[in-house]
Write a protein that binds this ligand. Sequence first.
Ligand code: SF4
Ligand code: SF4
Length: 187
Amino acid sequence: MTVSTTGGTKEFPCISCHTNCCKEYTIFVNAHDVYRLSIGLGVEPESFIEIYGAKDFDLGIKVKEGLVDLALKQKDGACGFLVGSGDIFRCTVNEFKPGVCKSYPFQIKNGRLAQMDSKMCPVDWDTKEFESMMAIHLKKDEAEWKFYDDLILEWNAKHWIKKPLSAFLKFIVDKVALSMPSDSSLV
Ligand code: SF4
Ligand code: SF4
């Protein structure tokens, strides 16, 4: 059933949907996502990162383990950070969740905020309601992915296949930390 956010429903649509997107997608992450989760939760990236075979040869991370991309670990077929009780599910890292989670299911199309052409999200979102907030976020997210792509190219040029994933994770967390103004917040 399609639901409009302006259709008078009191409950936020993601609640009645039971956060299905967190159960269906593999969440690929960039350096800023890894940094925010690691620092915010006070844990090593290895505790929440899973590696997958790289989708793009040029931007795959070249480490001892192979040519890989980084994604969030999954548990029981859903994101490892999703917890459920009965029919109610919630993200346990809402404050530090990856950029892609913050912007789903929106994209910028022809310069305007639009809903992704995805069959997954059943809600017909009112994009005008979210335009100002999401446009800022999507721009920031795009810049963070570009930063990450540049880091991968730098890593691959210097360390092609010689070092393990743990060294790459430390490399990207250190690079993000160096790029941050000292008074910046995590989110
Ligand atoms: S964004 Fe869409 S698919 Fe994801 S939880 Fe909300 S309503 Fe469901
Ligand atoms: S980090 Fe949170 S919002 Fe993103 S997929 Fe996992 S549970 Fe869902």
